[in-house]
Each structure stands twice: as structure tokens, then as C-alpha cells.
Write a protein that binds this ligand. Structure first.
Ligand SMILES: C[S@@+](CC[C@H](N)C(=O)[O-])C[C@H]1O[C@@H](n2cnc3c(N)ncnc32)[C@H](O)[C@@H]1O
Length: 235
């Protein structure tokens, strides 16, 4: 290392440490807020919830579910929180947060019943695909907070390439199984579904270990766990 490069690398390690500390502070603040939520099961999580239309409708239709929406854009979460206040639903919460930070802040024993990812930004250029929300690392995090054969994932996009990417990412993942036989659990219009009426949806189920994966034969799941697939979520 030259004497000129030393201060530069010191600066960059200071910057990395500052980012790390700021992230830890945000995760701690989320943990504190999450700890004040009562009755958090069964938990429905919407990632990138935008203005909160979908989750507010879901929470109203299904009072037994605790619904949590996360989005990184403050203005969208403010709008979602206004809906939450107007609807006065005790089973609805919105958090301004990056999803990875939010998942880290959830108690380790959390078990999510349903997950929705609706119209995530498609990042259409190849060099930007790494920015897509839907990645194997997100599926890892979600699987750690999910119940095998019970937790359902719902993904919807208007972008063919993103749909193919999401399908392939799930198909390759050892803890998730595409489930064309399972219906979309709840539906309502969102800002983006109105703007983008031509879209495609998929559902997936959390599975246990690769050696107990159900095998798809046509539209059926064929293994000993088949009977669990349509069970309701009971934690
Ligand atoms: C195209 S909008 C769709 C909003 C909503 N789901 C709908 O259908 O109207 C995608 C949303 O994902 C949010 N988002 C993107 N990356 C995120 C991340 N890493 N964590 C949380 N939210 C994220 C954006 O802020 C944006 O509101």
C-alpha cells in the first residue's frame, strides 16, 4: 500500500462503518416498533406495498390476519398510514423500511402466513437486474420466517422478463415450490394494477427440505405432504 492510498482506504472504511451503524440504528428502531404490535399471527406481509390499497382491503376482508406492509418510499407509506387511520383496522400496520432491514428486525420465531409482492419495479435493463427486489437472497430470508407447506407467496408483474426471472428463481430455490394449482389467496385493485391491466401472477409454497419436496406431475402435488397444502394457517 502506498502512502497516498492509505488515507483513501481509511476514509472508505469509515464510510462503510457509518453505513453499518446507521443500518443497525434503523433495524433497532424497527424492532422497537414491531415489539409494540400485538397479535402478530397469522402474519400477512406485503413487500413494496406502495400506497397500501391492497393490504388495507385485505385487512378489512380478513380480520383474523395481521397485515403488515413495507415500502422504502416515505410518501407512499404516509399515504398508506392515512388509509390505515381512516379504516381504523387494528390488524393493519405499515412500515417505511427496506424489506431486508424489516425482515432482520422481525423476531426470529415469526412465521409468515402469506407474502405478496405486487408489481415490483422491473429494472428492465440487463445490467440493472441485480437491483430487482425478487432475488434468491430475499427467498432465503422469507423461508427462514415461513412455515413449510403452509406459507404462500404471491408475485405479480406486468413485465414478461421479470415474470420469467421470478419463476426461475423460485424453481431453483430449495425452500420454495411453484404452485400453479394454488389460487391467488386475495385480490383487489392497486394503483399499478389499474395502470397495468395486462399482468401475470404466480403463487409458491414454502417447503421443508429438498429431499421432501413435493413433485409436480401436471397440476397435482404428489407426495405425503399433499394433504397439508390446503390447510389453513394455525399458529
Ligand atoms: C411499482 S411500485 C408497486 C406498488 C404497489 N405494490 C402497487 O401494486 O401499487 C413498487 C414499490 O416497491 C417499493 N420497493 C422497491 N424496493 C423496495 C425494497 N427493497 N424494500 C421495500 N420496498 C421496496 C417501491 O418503493 C415501490 O413503492
Amino acid at each position: 500500500m502506498t502512502s497516498e492510498s492509505f488515507p483513501k482506504s481509511k476514509d472508505s472504511s469509515t464510510a462503510i462503518e457509518t453505513i453499518r451503524v446507521a443500518r443497525a440504528v434503523r433495524v433497532d428502531a424497527l424492532r422497537t416498533r414491531i415489539s409494540t404490535m400485538s397479535n402478530c399471527v397469522p402474519l400477512v406481509l406485503e413487500i413494496g406495498c406502495g400506497h397500501g390499497h391492497f393490504l388495507t382491503a385485505l385487512a378489512a376482508a380478513r380480520p383474523a390476519f395481521h397485515c403488515v406492509g413495507v415500502d422504502i418510499i416515505a410518501k407512499r407509506i404516509e399515504s398508506a398510514l392515512r388509509k390505515c387511520e381512516r379504516a381504523a383496522l387494528p390488524n393493519l400496520n405499515f412500515f417505511r423500511s427496506e424489506v431486508g432491514e424489516f425482515l432482520e428486525a422481525l423476531p426470529a420465531n415469526t412465521q409468515i402466513a402469506e407474502i405478496y409482492v405486487l408489481f415490483p419495479d422491473p429494472w428492465p435493463k440487463k445490467r440493472h437486474h441485480k437491483n430487482r427486489l425478487f432475488q434468491a437472497s430475499l427467498l432465503d430470508h422469507l423461508a427462514a420466517l415461513s412455515a413449510p407447506m403452509l406459507t404462500r407467496l404471491h408475485f405479480r408483474t406486468d413485465h414478461e422478463g421479470y415474470f420469467a426471472h421470478a419463476s426461475a428463481t423460485i424453481a431453483r430455490h430449495p425452500r420454495w415450490r411453484l404452485t400453479p394449482e394454488l389460487p391467488w389467496a386475495f385480490d383487489c385493485e392497486t394503483i399499478f394494477s389499474q395502470r397495468l391491466p395486462r399482468h401475470r401472477s404466480l403463487t409458491a409454497l414454502c417447503v421443508d427440505k429438498p429431499d421432501t419436496l413435493p413433485v409436480h406431475r401436471g397440476n397435482a402435488i404428489e407426495n405425503a405432504s399433499k394433504k397439508n397444502v390446503n390447510n389453513s394457517f394455525t399458529f
